[in-house]
Write a protein that binds this ligand. Structure first.
Ligand SMILES: [Zn+2]
Length: 377
């Protein structure tokens, strides 16, 4: 009997992390699948991802955050590439792998000779088409459509010098694209003060009908961690009201978090602390805490907790940075950390940011550290 309980207890202790990671892997696999098309602006990828997260909140009985609703709409302008075909020197190129368009490129169709402008720039005689040679392709989201087409070429894959191009790029500038922040909350047992956990669920979307950016590390990993925290607090009722927010429009310029920070469903001064999670899929070199150098007392507590519990490889700090969704909140006086993991895979804003190679090295330990840190408030 004794042995049996010992086995059960040991197993509970060890399986906690394994369970968290299995749930995380499922969420990350789902959100990076073709159905969600890079959680962007083609094939309703973003809308499908919002509904997926809403379903997770609803089916777990989490209270809607926005006056009885899980979604908070806002509008953004975004440039998209529904049709994209490029043939260079007679070879058909694969979007995302061989090349990306500059996100604010305009439409163009036809055949063009291109000539060197410098060692990494090739342009058509009138300059409407430009090729730029790159060592790594890094895509982002454009909010305009210029009257110039810039193609960034991966020179590690396309080793010739560009001479003759044939292309068809159809762009569509979506002027009033409707995006949604998604959110839920668990009411605190003894206080109206608020703890916010947040992660952006949008990514870069796709190019045409065959290429999308999966965004496993950025930021299906953070979404899965906020959902994991939600699962935890569902069975461990929190002292403070605990809010779970999933922002849209992050990659387009922190637009969803700007909107929510200006239209908060609760008074911001009630917020005790905010933890924003973005890029949580590695950890071989520990974690970085943005605003760690701003909120020194809280950082020291986090750092010392980690030392005492021997969780992640290292807890590092930096000052403030407008590099994720915590930014607008801390600018408005909300104490906030943005935590990301360090080391591991180098895929970033490209087609290689996939679930299969995302190690989740320190995932369970980061979860544990955050839970212990929040417990100390
Ligand atoms: Zn991100």
């Amino acid at each position: 009997m004794k042995l049996f309980w010992l086995a059960v207890l040991t197993c509970l202790a060890c399986s906690l992390g394994a369970q968290d990671t299995a749930y995380a892997r499922k969420i990350i696999n789902d959100l990076t699948s073709e159905k969600f098309y890079g959680r962007g602006y083609l094939h309703n990828g973003l809308g499908k991802a919002a509904s997926y997260i809403e379903h997770e909140l609803k089916s777990n009985g989490i209270t809607p955050l926005f006056d009885g609703k899980y979604m908070q709409p806002f509008f953004q302008t975004v440039n998209t590439f529904p049709v994209i075909e490029v043939t260079l020197n007679g070879k058909k190129l694969i979007p995302g792998w061989d090349y990306i368009p500059h996100p604010s490129s305009g439409p163009l169709k036809g055949r063009y000779p291109v000539y060197p402008k410098d060692s990494v720039t090739y342009a058509s005689p009138r300059g409407e088409l430009v090729f730029q040679l790159r060592k790594k392709l890094t895509y982002s989201v454009g909010n305009e459509s210029r009257n110039k087409t810039i193609i960034e070429l991966d020179k590690t894959r396309f080793k010739e010098l560009p001479e003759k191009a044939e292309l068809e790029l159809k762009t569509k500038l979506l002027n009033k694209f409707k995006a949604n922040n998604v959110g839920g909350m668990i009411k605190g047992t003894s206080s109206d003060s608020i703890i916010i956990f947040s992660a952006h669920y949008d990514h870069l979307g796709g190019l045409g009908d065959h290429t999308y950016f999966p965004g496993a590390n950025d930021n299906a990993s953070g979404v899965s961690m906020v959902l994991n925290l939600m699962q935890y607090y569902k069975t461990h009722p929190p002292k403070y009201t605990t809010v779970f927010v999933f922002f849209a429009g992050e990659e387009a310029g922190l637009l969803g978090s700007l909107h929510l920070s200006e239209n908060p469903p609760f008074p911001l001064k009630q917020v005790k602390f905010m933890i924003n999670l973005d890029l949580l899929g590695t950890g071989d070199e520990g974690i970085m805490v943005v605003n760690g150098a701003v909120f020194e007392k809280e950082f020291k507590r986090l750092h010392d907790l980690n030392d005492a519990q021997r969780l992640v490889y290292g807890v590092n700090k930096r000052g403030k940075a407008a590099n994720s969704d915590h930014y607008w909140f801390s600018e408005k006086g909300v104490p906030a950390f943005f935590i990301y993991t360090l080391g591991g895979v180098t895929a970033y804003h490209d087609v290689r940011d996939i679930s299969a190679t995302l190690p989740l090295t320190d995932y369970a330990d980061v979860c544990r550290l955050i839970l212990k840190f929040v417990d100390g408030f």
